[in-house]
Design a binder for this molecule. Structure first.
Ligand code: ATP
Ligand code: MG
Length: 593
């Protein structure tokens, strides 16, 4: 039997793989038990030896749509779990009562599945929500109080900030810090029972106000907040802080490797401090999870902040979360990105421990490399002008059409051929005609011969212009016996080959030409306003003609339009009666310069 790990074996090592390899070799987590669902130490002790060799998790806050940065995290966590015969949990981090929305929950589940991952494992659904752990979190907080490791602080927010000190100065102990466990417990229960107004007190871990790590200066772990919670309703008026909740969630779920982004590095000592205290008290199973940090994804010309992306949506700068210019997973999908492309991108950028910017061309390169081997080819004319073959009636016959064909894919003969017709009139690109050709221009100009791709050689004779000088029609004569694929067809040598679509069988389509959403490589960098850096030309819509093989294609189908790049039928607006294509990306990297 081949395990998924065999397929992945060629992947280069990185510090996360080294850590996991080391833990597996040393049996760090070999004694773990798993009860089939999250829970405390006693719950898991009654379970089986954990069939999952590692447990990871992806813990989004359901307060927006996921973006390409989250995709990196999903690929890392779910990818490592798959590679090592483990499991990755999808956990909604919904401990903050204000911002959750089922729309976001559904979109996150969709995104993970679309990327090719699954939280199910051997009949078990590892889909969790952190708010289900509120009861345990409360119990853990009381345990800290009882063991002298937490106290209720009633300083004002200003006093607390002032007494925290800063990098150069140690903090000052709160006057409430010396309360006895019994006093603290009584007061904390009053907080829970709604006896104190919002903001009047917080529960703080009692660690060290002089610690060089400010996060260890008695961090707040519970606050009073009268807010309705989508899961627990009005049961609670106190809510755990993220830094307290997160390690507890990991511990209850028996996570082995808790992988997060670098900004949490300074939180790691508190993560370990807290879980050590809870393990000492026998509340959570041991060995407890460990946190590891990697560099978040920064992509040039792209925003990876849910908050700023939400602003683009709310201010209608884009058509929605799924606007094809958005770096959200729904946006990338509608733009024509494939899960394979995003996974390849994640593999290529790898993981590192220092922040850097990844060039947008790396993402597009991964996309081209996955589309090129499979995408059916088609001809399309995006800026059409009519070409009239003035001798057609004499050499081919008045009103007649001639059959042409081309492979669906040049390297996949099994995909067969596409058929289309040439007649007296065809659509060509406006830019393929020049009255006075610049140096090196080999396409249409009076007296020059070119081949209509998969068709005949023609010789340009001139063009008609309107009063403003705009070309309205190009004329040429067809050179008989030059049709592609017929004997002797290449007896006439040409330097130029142009794409075209027959007027008789062309399908009209709306084509949306997308470009980068921002003009600056680091949008909003150096405190600039990112809204002022929106690219005014990020969307250009044209009426194009495409070849008849594209008539009636379904939404979400990807093609290579020869010479132009990759295009996809729009998931939302494409219908049989009106074809709508999005440009996924051009043929070549146009970002390098
Ligand atoms: P944002 O800053 O966009 O709101 P977030 O970190 O607040 O993102 P969460 O929902 O809390 O969003 O993130 C879920 C997971 O995705 C976290 O583990 C987080 O570290 C990871 N993540 C978020 N942004 C990136 C990124 N740019 N690169 C890699 N991982 C990321
Ligand atoms: Mg967050």
């Amino acid at each position: 039997m081949t395990s998924p790990a065999d397929k992945e074996i060629h992947k280069p090592s990185n510090f996360l793989r080294q850590i996991i390899d080391h833990d597996l070799a040393g049996g760090t987590y070999a004694s773990r038990r798993w009860a089939g669902s999250p829970g405390d130490a006693a719950h898991h002790a009654a379970g089986q030896p954990d069939p999952a060799r590692v447990r990871l998790r992806f813990p989004p806050e359901p307060n927006g749509y996921l973006h390409i940065g989250h995709a990196k995290s999903i690929c890392i966590n779910f990818g490592l779990a798959r590679e090592y015969g483990g499991v990755c949990h999808l956990r909604f981090d919904d401990t903050n009562p204000e911002k959750e929305d089922t729309e976001y929950v559904d979109s996150i589940k969709d995104a993970v599945q679309w990327l090719g991952f699954d939280w199910h494992n051997q009949g078990e659904s590892n889909l969790y929500q952190a708010s289900d752990y509120f009861d345990f979190m409360y119990r853990a907080a009381e345990h800290l109080i009882e063991t002298g490791h937490a106290y209720v602080d009633e300083q004002t927010a200003d006093e607390m900030r002032h007494n925290r000190g800063d990098f150069g100065h140690p903090g000052t102990n709160s006057p409430f810090r010396s309360r006895t466990p019994a006093e603290n417990l009584a007061r904390f229960r009053e907080m829970r029972d709604g006896k104190l107004p919002d903001g009047a007190a917080v529960l703080r871990a009692k660690i060290d106000m002089a610690s060089p790590n400010i996060n260890m200066r008695d961090p707040a772990i519970y606050r009073i907040r009268r807010a309705h919670h989508h899961n627990t309703g009005d049961k609670w008026c106190i809510y755990p802080m993220y830094t307290f909740a997160h390690p507890v969630e990991d511990a209850l779920e028996q996570i082995t490797h808790s992988i997060c982004t670098l900004e949490f590095e300074d939180q790691r000592p508190f993560y370990d401090w807290l879980l050590d205290r809870l393990a000492e008290g026998g509340l959570i199973a041991t060995p407890h999870p460990r946190q590891y940090e990697f560099a978040r994804l920064n992509l040039t010309y792209v925003l990876t902040s849910k908050r700023k992306l939400a602003q683009l949506v709310n201010e209608k700068r884009v058509s929605g979360w799924d606007d094809p210019r958005m770096p959200t997973i729904v946006g990338l999908r509608r733009r024509g990105y494939t899960p394979e492309a995003i996974q390849l991108f994640a593999d290529r950028i790898g993981v590192s421990k220092s922040d850097s910017w990844i060039d947008y061309s790396t993402l597009e390169g991964a996309l081209r490399d996955t589309l090129d081997p499979t995408a059916p080819r088609a001809m399309a004319v995006l800026d059409p002008v009519k070409l009239v073959l003035t001798n057609w009636d004499e050499v081919m016959g008045a009103g007649l059409l001639d059959d042409c064909s081309a492979p669906v894919h040049p390297h996949l003969p099994d995909l067969g051929k596409r058929n289309f017709k040439i007649g007296k009139e065809v659509w060509i690109e406006r830019t393929d005609y020049e009255e006075t050709p610049p140096k090196g221009f080999f396409r249409l100009f009076p007296g020059n011969k070119v081949r209509l791709k998969y068709g005949h050689v023609i010789e340009c004779t001139g063009a008609t212009k309107d009063a403003s000088g705009k070309v309205t029609e190009v004329q040429a004569t067809l050179i008989p016996d030059t049709k592609s694929g017929t004997p002797g067809s290449d007896s006439v040598k040409v330097k130029g080959v142009i794409t075209w679509v027959g007027v008789s069988d062309a399908v009209q389509a709306e084509v949306r030409l997308y470009d980068r959403l921002f003009t600056e490589a680091h949008p909003g960098g150096s405190d600039r306003d990112f809204l002022e850096e929106l690219n005014p030309n990020s969307l250009q819509t044209v009426t194009a003609y495409v070849e008849p093989s594209l008539a009636g294609v379904a939404a979400g189908q990807r093609f290579q339009f020869e010479r132009h790049g990759y295009f996809v039928t729009d998931l939302k607006d494409h219908v049989a009666a009106k074809a709508v294509f999005n440009r996924v990306t051009g043929m070549k990297d146009s970002w390098a310069k």
